[in-house]
Design a protein. Sequence first.
Lengths: 597, 387
Amino acid sequence: MQVRNFCIIAHIDHGKSTLADRLLEFTGTVTKREMKEQLLDDLALERERGITIKARAVSMRYEHQGETYELNLIDTPGHVDFQYEVSRSLACCEGALLLVDAFQGVEAQTVANAYAALEHELSIIPVINKIDLTHARPDEVAFEMEQSLGCEPDTIVKVSAKAGIGIEDLLTTVIEKVPSPGGSADAPLQAMVFDSNYDDYRGAITYIRVMNGTVRKGQKIRFLRAGSEHEVVEMGQFRPHRTSCDSLQAGQVGYLICNIKSLKDVHIGDTVSTPGKDAAQPLTGYSRPKRMVYCGLFPSDGQDFSELRDALGKLSINDPSFEFEPETSDALGFGFRCGFLGLLHMEIVQQRLEHESDVDLVQTAPNVTYEIVDKRGETLTIHKPQDVPDPGDIEEFRQPIVRCSIVVPNEYIGAVIKLCQERRGIQQGQEYLGPTRAMLVYDIPLAEVIYDLHDRIKSSTRGYGTLDYEMRGYEAADLVRMDILVNGNRVDALSVVCHRADAQRRGRAVVKKLKTEIDRHMFEVAVQAAIGSRVIARETVSAIRKNVTAKCYGGDITRKRKLLQKQKEGKKRMKAIGSVEISQKAFMSVLSTGEEG
Amino acid sequence: MMSTASETSRPPSWPSPTAAYIHIPFCRHRCGYCNFSVLAGRDDLADRFLEALRWELSRLEQPQTVDTLFIGGGTPTHLPPAWLERLLQLLADWLPLADDGEFSVEANPGDIDRPRLERLRAAGVNRISLGVQSFAADKLRILQRDHDEAQARTAVEQAAEALGNVSIDLIFAAPEETLEGWQRDLAIAAELPITHLSTYALTFEKGTEFWTRRARGGLRQADEDLELQMYQYARQAGAAAGLAQYEISNFARPGRQCRHNLGYWRGRPWYGFGPGATGFLAGQRRTNHRSPTTYIRRCLDGSDPAQECETITVEHWAYERAAFGVRMIEGVDLEAIRLDTEVDLRKTRSQEIADCRRWGLVRLEGEHLQLTEKGIAVADTVSAALL
Ligand SMILES: Nc1nc2c(ncn2[C@@H]2O[C@H](COP(=O)(O)OP(=O)(O)O)[C@@H](O)[C@H]2O)c(=O)[nH]1
Ligand code: SF4
């Protein structure tokens, strides 16, 4: 049987899920009746956000000119945080549908992912969707696609996924334009792990694309990178439900079930082969997912630490790219330092935690991973600001830089350029996508992007600007760790790393805010921002001078006692920084307002 | 030698009350800062009120002799002398005063006159507390008080003649008040024949006209520094005038402290009658309904006028006694509390007491805990620590 492996590259809401549904329906893989809306996006949360987070693969059968084809549609995550997973999915395909909304046109993500597909040497099939829309502007969009992606206008397939227009054409194009996979069924087994998920009854389900050789039910396999060996208990394909079979051979896509108890033991990008010396070579391009964004998560006042630990543990079973370890903060108590692939990944994990457990969370300001070369010439990897050594011990302070592609309507170009410059961006290019829109390319510190760049781009373009970014590497910068001190004691949870030139402005804003949140004590409380031992901003909470109820007779005793007791209860729940008692609410208000003054 | 545990661990027995408070809700009008249980312009309820009070007193079943009796309000002297006489008779029937007992009545300078004073004297009243608040015209107007300086002076002099033992209340830190104005109020007070002085910083209470006006920006509360200055000045002026401070807000000539109020701070039990009045007996603190009309209706229906009732355990009592007792300038005897309650605050509140000492708010000498000069201005912090 002939095989075609392909994926769909699209910006959020351009219709990827709808098109996938139509393809399943048109090929008879599911009947209309079975078709639930958005079959591929099966996680409620993902549907809420309109983001396909985890790749899935569906296998369809389709008759074309008397021949039966196996069409494997591999779903790719749409967001930059999952770039590595995207690249592994692309490595399993020979072709990609580049889907663009006939009204919205080309967006930043489309461009970034299209380039990634080209790098993997996939055949690109440009598709314009939603041609049924009354406001569709297919010709302009075709022009944009030509400009930005180099698509020839006459090769663009025009469809309406919703109305089912052009689907047959599209399938024909897939069969004709996507090359059949290479590889030999007789060669040693070599298969790529491109995804995995967890089934409560069966354990890990490993998604593979067989590059060479054949894998059979009951055989022993070896994960070459992880070095572990397992027996294949069940295998098969998703059509779209799990359908078992006895073998998969070069070119095919399917799943393996091997009695693996944790997703931590299945590494995306790993190579499946046979044990022993006849094993194939590992496939190239393997890397461990890198956590780029870290933050502290703490249970809010009075909540249980162990509940949070259990909730995080449960989550990480399904999401091995998320990691966490216990952390103790003077200010916030017991909690966890958590690592994420990116900002969106962090938001998703948080939302899941809130959906799936009752834990109320306090989150510290997110930070990126820094590299520091110390005076002894050693390179340290830093996941939290508190770990940054004192200024005197730092030889070089490096931060991750990302290349941002920002697509904006022309009238907002000026605003976005200004924003990028303020965020220490260096312009790498500017391209007009068509008469109305342009793409700006900037190299910007990731820290600035996660700080608020994304939100700011949205707000300064009335929501029309889209941002995508990819890692470029680490660069030295004039960075400092800014600490917040309360009567000379450092408040661990409030330390941040920032550019030296921003430190004073941010420090001032934080101490000002914190001052208003700290109750007066019997002594003066100094709230300071400092770099090393140098204080850059200071506010003082003056001492209580008068605190006495004038009238206190028989009838006042109960009321007064209750009032004082309530205050005392509130105090018990406060955290002590030195001898200063500060409510968690105070820390939270500083964390949530960020450093905007 | 030391007493053994078994000797000290006896079941608590609550002392029986030797004090009574009676609340009379009638006033000529309601002052803007007042949140007491008050009926302004409803003198028509005077008789029904007396009936209600009679019913409530009758629940005593038999007359109870008390050492201190305090008639507060409201304005107990607002109603006509004849009515006052009926009230005093009612109290004499149910709450006879012990020999050398203290019998206090509150009055306003605008209401008090010779006939009323004569009635009070005849009934055995030996202490009067006048709601002077100020002698300054502007301040009296802002406070919505309806007397003037001359009336206040006359009231004090006549009361002194009739009863010989006069206390006055003065408010400070009123809106727009200056330190100089306050000094003048105190200077006048010092010239008058008073034996006792109570001074209160004006407070803005929820539900009062002042509260609302302050929220809308129409009234400015005195700033904290000025209020503190005024308070400290009152303490100096009191001392200079021979009125020694014996509680946060109270000053007296030797032997003229209000025994009734001392009982509250010492955690002694008392009877309470009338709307909004609190009583404390047998480990129960009960407060009557604050609405005078509801109070009257309930009593006349023969149903309990209490609105709230709180059980005070012996342990609670120990902490309250410390927290409120420490307001007395002489301090509080922690050993006496331990003997009555078996709670030794020196152990159970050792950390809190140590903190207060470190901040210089209290002195602890043996079993005696006393506010320092610095602690007096922040006594609530100390009270909270002891609770
Ligand atoms: N009018 C029209 N709407 C479409 C078409 N395809 C998808 N949509 C709508 O566009 C929205 C986003 O589609 P979806 O498939 O969820 O996009 P995804 O985020 O790329 O998976 C949904 O409201 C769809 O109903 C189309 O061809 N025509
Ligand atoms: S006279 Fe006294 S009790 Fe009556 S309303 Fe004024 S402040 Fe209140």
